[in-house]
Write a protein that binds this ligand. Structure first.
Ligand code: ADP
Ligand code: MG
Length: 243
């Protein structure tokens, strides 16, 4: 089967600064892969190279068999299959939760207002905020805002989801609700590439954990191996700090 994401020999420079130094990762359809590692190790840049929010300097990225690094690739059509959730929720402050989940469906997928609303309500229900459809972001907790952001991504019917530290901006007591939504998505078979510091989530939900440090992958394997029995000193000292 064609992998959902296949990254080969990926290098990324910002000016003279080499941030990704030859990354290889394959994510099969239906897999959950968690990327962990210290701040500045290149995790966000890696994620952003998948949908070309950052342009790789060298190497190839395939999404569902399509080479997104090919200058002739239809990037918009590939991006449409990829949902992304950021640490900062980036909801439109002047729109209600419902409107936030409808807008891209209307603009990008050209859905009718009626259809977009049905899909929006369905997804807001799925993430547990169906009672907040008419609330504005400022009236929602961080956890509720992030769940709206997840609903917004899901409303576009993505084949795969990228999460960049989706719970890092949340008060500790709100983290669990967001992780529960992500866990449910994983159980439903969504393909997910997740940058996170939540080792419990990685251990329980991920098929594979990738440990990055200094722009390289130090370890890549099942959680029981990478978190439970790390082979490298760099992994061990990182885990000591976060566990
Ligand atoms: P992480 O997500 O693991 O914390 P990042 O991918 O955000 O790491 O950043 C890796 C390195 O790349 C850091 O040194 C950061 O300063 C640098 N970097 C990230 N984005 C940019 C950018 N747009 N321009 C210049 N440098 C950047
Ligand atoms: Mg980051």
């Amino acid at each position: 089967m064609t992998p959902a994401i296949e990254i080969k020999g990926l290098h990324k420079y910002f000016g003279a600064n080499e941030v990704l130094k030859g990354i290889d990762i394959t994510v099969e359809a239906g897999q959950v892969v968690c990327v962990v590692g210290p701040s500045g190790s290149g995790k966000s840049t890696l994620l952003r190279c998948v949908n070309l929010l950052e342009e790789p300097t060298e190497g190839t990225v395939h999404v569902e068999g399509i080479e997104v690094t090919d200058p002739d690739a239809d990037i918009d059509s590939v991006r449409r299959r990829i949902g992304m959730v950021f640490q900062q929720f980036n909801l439109f402050p002047h729109m209600t939760a419902l409107q936030n989940v409808m807008i891209s469906q209307r603009r990008v997928l050209k859905r009718s207002s009626k259809e977009a609303e049905i899909v929006a309500r369905d997804n807001l229900n799925k993430v547990g905020v169906s009672d907040k459809c008419d609330a504005y972001p400022s009236q929602l907790s961080g956890g509720q805002q992030q769940r709206v952001a997840i609903a917004r991504a899901l409303a576009m019917d993505p084949d795969l989801m990228l999460f960049d530290e989706p719970t890092s901006a949340l008060d500790p007591e709100l983290v669990g609700d967001v992780l529960a939504v992500m866990r449910k998505l994983a159980e439903e078979g969504m393909t997910m590439l997740v940058v996170t510091h939540e080792m419990g989530f990685a251990r329980e939900v991920a098929d594979r954990v990738v440990f990055m440090d200094g722009g390289v992958i130090v370890e890549d394997g099942p959680p029981a191996q990478v978190i439970g029995d790390p082979q490298h000193e760099r992994t061990r000292s990182f885990l000591k700090r976060v566990l």
